[in-house]
Ligand binder design. Structure first.
Ligand code: HEM
Length: 506
């Protein structure tokens, strides 16, 4: 055993030494000093990523290099990011970077090659389905909100499946004050379940273990991926957390794919086509016209959940913190809901939600202002020389500092570090879902997030339902403070008062 440990330890040290002792070229981004043996800057990155990056930026400028176990990572905090992001894959690869950092391909199965067919389907078919999905989401969000209040405050009314106005008539105690202790837990409950339903479908989401996987999969995978840096993939793949989620997806999704196909073939007139992403995959065919294998569909759904739930939860949490903690913002949003409803009624279609400019500006500003430390990564597949002469050597992983780019002084001027949704109202193209030079929350270039329209719609729908149906604010009257936690920025728990309105605003 001790021999095994020594061999393994030696292998790690040799691996780290070989990776980090390459000769450096002129014009390479400077390597930040003060790194620890073997661990490099990983400790600072793990403990206080945002603060650490800000400090490095002050000292070394907009682009610099950190050492982490086994590799250098170049951090980009300015518009240079756009240049790297938009280079073609053969020069600057998204998939190689995510595979190197998170082993996405090896842990999920080979989902990038020969073609990530579910990515374009998310962008086109899932986006086109938003209005149909909103009917279900509207009902489900209300149900989950009420259930959450019931569990956490103990005196809410549960509207059950009753949609809309009916739920207001059933009990006077609905008007009592309720409160939730932690907005992040609240958003996680609502968003993970509703995104889960949209992807795997209402029928499969009845399986509580699968729904639990939708909620925890991204966190568990990321933990295993970072903890298993030096383990071969075939061992990492068998980590209990990975196996549990994989089993849940395979156990529920595969029979459902077969059931739907059988219905479609044999009883087409009785088959009511479900509006969910699973159905899109069930019907999808390869270039040769073959239906996709059920196991492959289960893996792609699992990857879609991985890419969508945690990201949407985190960004929605930040948006909601700005709504409940900033009175002037909230009042203006409430007025917008009332004004919209006067003209158009209380619809929550995608077009309706997109036709609320201040809501869109708030979502965009919340995502610009408080977001992940790093959200976009690329790996240099050749030596790259940027327009200003900066040299990135082949094999280097580059990570974009979301805060650095989204709050860049050059783009936002004096108010770059202020929360001002109004700034986006002046531009017809600065929409919450549109990627752009100083807004890289959804990445950019050919890998720009295909789920962004769906995600923004989810966030707007939840905010809109809450504003219409609840008086909602932090007890302190302040916006919850953010802290960085690994690559996430999370609000500290803060009590939020939710009082059900006697009559909805819209
Ligand atoms: C607010 C929520 C979300 C955020 C902040 C977000 C962010 C991102 C980012 C930064 C990327 C990498 C882009 C790049 O490197 O250029 C990405 C890629 C991706 N996202 Fe999202 N995402 C969100 C929601 C979703 C949802 C809801 C889905 C699916 C339903 C999704 C599916 C994907 C997929 C499949 C990719 C890989 C695209 C490719 O490689 O071409 N995302 N996302």
């Amino acid at each position: 055993m001790s021999l095994l440990v020594s061999v393994f330890g030696f292998a790690i040290v040799a691996f780290v030494a070989v990776r980090l002792t390459r000769r450096r070229s002129a014009n390479e981004p400077p390597v930040v000093g003060g790194n620890w043996p073997i661990l490099g800057h990983a400790v600072y990155l793990a403990l206080h990523p945002s603060e650490f990056i800000a400090k490095c930026r002050e000292e070394y400028g907009d682009i610099f290099t950190l050492a982490t176990p086994g590799r250098y990572i170049t951090i980009i905090c300015s518009d240079k990011a756009r240049e790297i992001i938009r280079l073609p894959d053969r020069k600057s690869s998204f998939h190689h970077a995510t595979d190197e950092l998170m082993r996405v391909n090896s842990l999920f199965g080979n989902i990038f090659e020969p073609g990530s067919y579910h990515f374009p389907l998310i962008r086109t078919r899932l986006t086109a389905m938003i209005d149909e999905l909103n009917l279900v989401m509207n009902r489900e969000m209300r149900r989950i909100i009420a259930r959450f209040l019931e569990q956490h405050a103990g005196k809410s009314c549960i509207p059950g499946a009753i949609v809309g106005q009916d739920s207001y008539t059933d009990s006077a105690h609905c008007l009592d004050h309720d409160s939730i202790p932690d907005i992040r837990a609240f958003v996680e409950a609502v968003i993970s379940e509703t995104v889960g339903i949209a992807l795997v479908g209402e029928q499969c989401a009845k399986d509580s273990a699968l729904l639990d996987s939708c909620r925890h999969l991204a966190h568990d995978f990321t933990t295993v991926m970072s903890a298993s840096e030096f383990l071969p993939s075939f061992i990492a793949k068998r980590a209990p957390a990975i196996m549990r989620h994989r089993n849940n997806f395979f156990r529920v999704i595969i029979p459902e794919v077969l059931r739907r196909r059988e219905m479609m073939d044999n009883l087409p007139e009785q088959f009511k086509r479900p509006a969910d992403f699973l159905q899109v995959l069930v019907e999808s065919r390869s270039k040769d016209g073959d239906l996709r294998a059920p196991e492959d569909i289960a893996l792609r759904l699992m990857h879609s959940v991985f890419a969508s739930v945690h990201t949407t939860v985190m960004t929605c949490t930040q948006t909601l913190c700005d709504v409940v903690g900033r009175q002037t913002v909230r009042e203006r949003l409430e007025q917008e809901q009332i004004d919209y409803a006067k003209v158009n009624g209380s619809v929550t279609t995608r077009a309706a939600l997109d036709d609320m400019p201040f809501l869109d500006a708030v979502v965009r500003e919340s995502m610009r202002f408080s977001n992940l430390s790093f959200n976009v990564v690329r790996r240099a597949m050749t030596d790259i020389t940027l327009r200003d002469g900066t040299f990135i050597p082949e094999g280097r992983v580059c990570a974009v500092s979301a805060h650095g780019v989204n709050c860049d002084y050059k783009a936002y001027g004096e108010t770059h570090n202020a929360y001002l949704p109004e700034r986006h109202l002046e531009s017809p193209i600065a929409k919450a879902s549109s990627a752009g030079p100083a807004y890289v929350i959804f990445g950019g270039g050919s890998h720009v997030c295909p789920g962004r329209f769906f995600a923004i719609n989810q966030i707007k729908l939840l905010v809109s339902i809450l504003l219409r149906e609840y008086e909602i604010r932090t007890e302190s009257g302040k916006r919850p403070k953010n802290v960085s936690h690994l690559i996430d920025v999370v609000p500290l728990p803060e009590k939020v008062i939710m009082k059900r309105r006697a009559m909805p605003l819209a």
